[in-house]
Design a protein around this ligand. Structure first.
Ligand code: ARG
Length: 462
């Protein structure tokens, strides 16, 4: 049975059938497809196109098809081109003739557009929940390390001391922004239900589109039927956010891979979250982190691929749009595999505070030395030069900054003649950066992070 066979006198060639058919991947839309069809059947009855009996037969039949999919007992037939034809074919077998009335005034074009939006709304919610779980793990690690000092880096060179809490939270905020991006995007998707757009010009039946949209959980309807059937902005937005999440996870992973290298020794992964080498018995490899870094490339590729597919499509629906689904499903699956694994990895990872503290060199306080001179009235530019000379002299003498002799210091600047020992206190240097968002303001920052988590419905610890 083909839905569109009337005008054709020949069957489709097998090669084209294989190329054209999408059921092998779009079966995942069965739940939203059936939800959408039930809403459409009700809207048709509301508009007087179907009788109440017909509507109820359709609603009951569709529920049975859904149950078959859910139980894994749905049997596909050779003519099942995509999820929409498969559901309608089975509905026909279950409910009989009346099934032929369901597609009145509807096209697979507005149907699949609606399905995809409904699926995306569910996907965005699930990814958000997984991101929140990972965020909680990051905050809990931060809470454990409010007094763990470590070198903060710029250009991957030791720069200034910070706390490990500040570093953990620097990976929390990007993910919090991703959750907000998903929520905001979902709000805009909900505002534009395409059902009722027909194939391109709109349905000729007196459908109350706003009521139909609301029955599906949307808040509004699309403004132009020709745009509505071809719009995949939401798919591109989801893939962009997925790619950005991938980038954020990759950066977190890269930091931890470096920290877990024994030359650093800052972090250790739990054995359940690292793997061994088949050859080298001593190896503890951070494979899940490497996969996070690697899979970000795949996520970026899905975004680039879909944008290339959309570019230069003529108005209205084109079959190219069927290419929207596999990248979306794969992006969702990829993140759904990564996020829980990374959550467990972060929960169980341990930092080595003594190693981190041991990596602090007094040279990381050169800025503070300059600030000390600024306090004595030396203009910052000059103070920077003097501090630079001081670092160089210490290097020449082969001593640490605080161990330069009083004569050396006096020769560098008369302002250094005083007691500069107070400058060489890492914790004090962190505490001085007490502006909002600074490393010395982490109590406030942690409170803001916990408040964010609580606002997402997670009871955050004290
Ligand atoms: N399987 C198709 C897709 O995913 C459904 C829409 C088909 N529409 C059409 N006019 N052939 O895009």
């Amino acid at each position: 049975m083909r839905l569109w066979g009337g005008v054709f006198s020949k069957g489709t060639d097998d090669t084209v059938r294989r190329l054209n058919d999408s059921l092998r991947f779009d079966w995942r839309l069965y739940d939203v497809d059936i939800t959408g069809s039930r809403a459409w059947a009700s809207a048709l009855a509301q508009a007087g196109v179907l009788t109440i009996e017909e509507r109820d037969q359709l609603l009951g039949g569709l529920e049975r098809v859904r149950a078959e999919f859910a139980a894994g007992t749905f049997v596909t037939a050779p003519g099942d081109e995509d999820i929409h034809t498969a559901v309608e074919r089975r509905l026909h077998e279950i409910a009989g003739q009346v099934a032929g009335k369901l597609h009145t005034g509807r096209s697979r074009n507005d149907q699949v557009a609606t399905d995809l939006l409904l699926w995306l709304l569910g996907a965005a919610q699930q990814i958000s929940a997984q991101l929140v779980a990972l965020s909680v793990a990051l905050i809990q690690q931060a809470e454990r390390h409010t007094t763990t000092l470590m070198p903060g880096m710029t250009h991957f060179q030791p720069a200034q001391p910070i706390t490990a809490a500040h570093w953990w939270l620097s990976h929390f905020w990007p993910l919090a922004r991703d959750v907000e991006r998903l929520e905001h995007a979902a709000g805009t998707w909900r505002a534009r239900c395409p059902l009722g757009s027909g194939a391109l010009a709109g349905t000729p039946y007196p459908i109350d589109r706003q009521a139909l949209a609301e029955s599906l959980g949307f808040s509004g309807v699309t403004a132009n039927s020709l745009d509505a059937v071809a719009d995949r902005d939401h798919a591109a937005e989801f893939l962009f956010i997925a790619a950005l999440i991938g980038v954020h996870l990759s950066r977190l992973a890269e930091d931890l891979i470096i920290f877990a290298n024994p030359s650093f020794g800052f972090a250790r992964l739990d054995e359940r979250f690292s793997t061994g080498s088949s050859l080298m018995p001593q190896k503890r490899n951070p494979d899940p982190l490497e996969l996070a870094r690697g899979k970000s490339g795949r996520l970026i590729g899905h975004l680039a691929g879909l944008l290339a597919t959309l570019k230069a499509l003529p108005s209205g629906y084109n079959k190219d749009l069927q290419e929207d689904k596999e990248p979306l499903f794969d992006a969702f699956d990829t993140l759904s595999a990564l996020l829980p694994a990374l959550t467990g990895l972060i929960e169980t990872a341990s930092l080595a505070p003594s190693k981190m503290r041991g990596a602090l060199d007094p040279a990381l306080l050169a800025t503070d030395l300059a600030d000390y001179l600024v306090e004595k009235g030396v203009p910052f530019r000059e103070a920077h030069t003097v501090a630079g000379h001081t670092v160089r002299l210490a290097e020449t003498r082969g001593v640490a900054l605080p161990d330069l002799s009083a004569e050396d210091l006096a020769a560098l600047s008369e302002q250094l003649a005083g007691d500069i020992a107070q400058v060489f206190d890492f914790a004090a240097a962190v505490a001085r950066r007490s502006v909002v968002g600074g490393a010395g303001e982490q109590t406030g920052q942690l409170a803001r992070a916990r408040a964010w988590i609580r606002a997402k419905g997670v009871p955050a610890s004290e």
